[in-house]
Ligand binder design. Structure first.
Ligand SMILES: [Fe+2]
Ligand SMILES: [Fe+2]
Length: 440
């Protein structure tokens, strides 16, 4: 988790309680395991502990600061061969994680990750046994029926492990754990079943051919890891594409420097305030970063004209949402952001452009963008006008509530910014009720 929260003292009491509870739960699991199953084949368990350590040291970072590795397959194989207790104990080697050390991950998160594995492995192992799976013997003895407990155990491990991570991140960052889980882990569901089956095969091969046979399994494990990596590379390629487009726009129109990022930041605040699902937040973010990309297609002399625009020049400027939607509409992963870009200058009363839509006919993401975009336009200085203060700009948004802007979005924005409007500000609303023409 690449943030600056590096010691357990930096996090809230709620988060601390959560982390300490996980440590205690893992300790209980480990003590119970040692007390009940002390006679384990320790050399073999140590071998699996080493494998788990290696697999977990090659983690891949996911978008929301969570990490993923293929260690589940090996933990599950250890469960099948030696029982849930051995798997829980062996998982604790992940307490030292090369990848985490490289990423300067705080010690309390590394400890959490190891404890999480121990708890998840223990619960998943017992689920496997309860549903009819046998451990310690030939893993595939009751094939094909063993598939049912494999699926059940994989599900439990996946839900427990990723659920606890999402819960921890949610508590630390004050975000919805469900959103984090959906964003980072939902897409991994099929991969976990594949890793579960891989664990079963691994156990079977180890059972038949001994430790050297693990070499056979390295290739499928590397392929599984590659799947995660490709996904992440794809995501970073997406972000590179968006950044390249934003830079191209900023090179042409110096005014927009920083504007796109700020609008994206404001839009994200609104989205979080109104609890927009995480996948929509991402679309909105792309849309906000690229909302003015259509200005690339407008003559520089019009874009950078210091004085008032003629009617014809204003018409050219007004074409930018349409041009922008045309540009991003050709990029597969940006298609979902097209409505946000195309309609970002619509007004709630139907007096905006590009189509003159009104009310709820304007897509929600576009209504959010209009508020974010206008606020940034008002609070930025231009050659022909000074920047308005945050309070003045918020008052202006309030004044145009219901006419230009969706009132619910304005309220969400003002709440998310923690702006409190004074009596005087509110009285000024009427005087400030002027069309915001400069945020083109
Ligand atoms: Fe803009
Ligand atoms: Fe615009």
């Amino acid at each position: 988790m690449l943030d600056n929260i590096n010691t357990v003292n930096d996090i809230t009491v709620r988060a601390r309680i959560f982390f300490y509870s996980i440590y205690v739960a893992a300790l209980v699991v480990l003590i119970a395991s040692l007390l009940t199953k002390f006679a384990l084949p320790w050399a073999e368990v140590a071998f699996f502990a080493l494998l788990i350590f290696v697999a977990d040291s090659f983690t891949i970072q996911l978008p929301k600061n969570a990490f993923i590795s293929v260690s589940f397959a090996i933990i599950f194989a250890a469960t099948l061969l030696f029982g849930p207790e051995a798997a829980a104990i062996a998982s604790m080697t992940t307490i030292i994680n090369i990848s985490d050390i490289k990423h300067k991950i705080a010690w309390y998160k590394m400890l959490f990750s190891a404890c999480n594995y121990a708890i998840s492995a223990y619960i998943a192992g017992y689920t496997f046994i309860l549903i009819g799976g046998t451990v310690g013997g030939i893993a595939t003895a009751n094939f094909p029926f063993v598939i049912i407990p494999v699926i059940a155990a994989s599900t439990i491990f996946f839900v427990a492990n990723t659920g606890l991570i999402a819960l921890g991140l949610g508590i630390i960052h004050n975000e919805s754990p469900v959103d984090i889980w959906r964003f980072d882990y939902q897409w991994l569901i099929p991969n976990y079943y594949a890793l579960g089956v891989l664990g079963l095969i691994l156990a079977q091969i180890y059972d038949s051919f001994g430790p050297a046979s693990i070499i056979l399994l390295i290739v499928p494990l590397l392929i599984a890891r590659q799947t995660f990596q490709v996904y992440m590379k794809l995501r970073s390629a997406y972000m590179d594409t968006v950044s390249a487009l934003v830079r191209a726009l900023e090179a042409k129109d110096p005014y927009t420097r920083g504007h796109s990022e700020r609008v994206a930041g404001y839009a994200e605040r609104i989205a979080r305030e109104i609890k927009l699902p995480e996948e929509k937040v991402e679309i909105l973010r792309y849309g906000a970063l690229l909302h003015d990309i259509g200005k690339i297609g407008i003559a520089r002399k019009v874009l950078n004209k210091p004085g008032k625009l003629t009617d014809e020049e204003f018409k050219w400027i007004q074409a930018h949402p349409k041009i922008g939607a045309g540009i991003i509409g050709h990029i597969e992963f940006l298609k979902a952001a097209v409505p946000a870009v195309f309609y970002h200058h619509e007004h709630l009363n139907g007096k905006g452009y590009t189509e003159g839509l009104s009310g709820d006919n304007i897509p929600l993401l576009a209504r959010i963008m209009t508020v974010a975009d206008s606020f940034d336009a008002m609070t930025s200085a231009r050659s022909y006008k000074p920047a308005l203060s945050t309070e003045k700009a918020a008052t202006e948004l309030m004044a145009c509530r219901g006419s230009q802007f969706d009132g619910r979005i304005v309220d969400a924005f003002i709440n998310s910014m923690g702006i409190s409007l004074t009596e005087k500000d509110s009285n000024e609303e009427e005087q400030l009720k002027i069309a915001i023409e400069d945020q083109v």
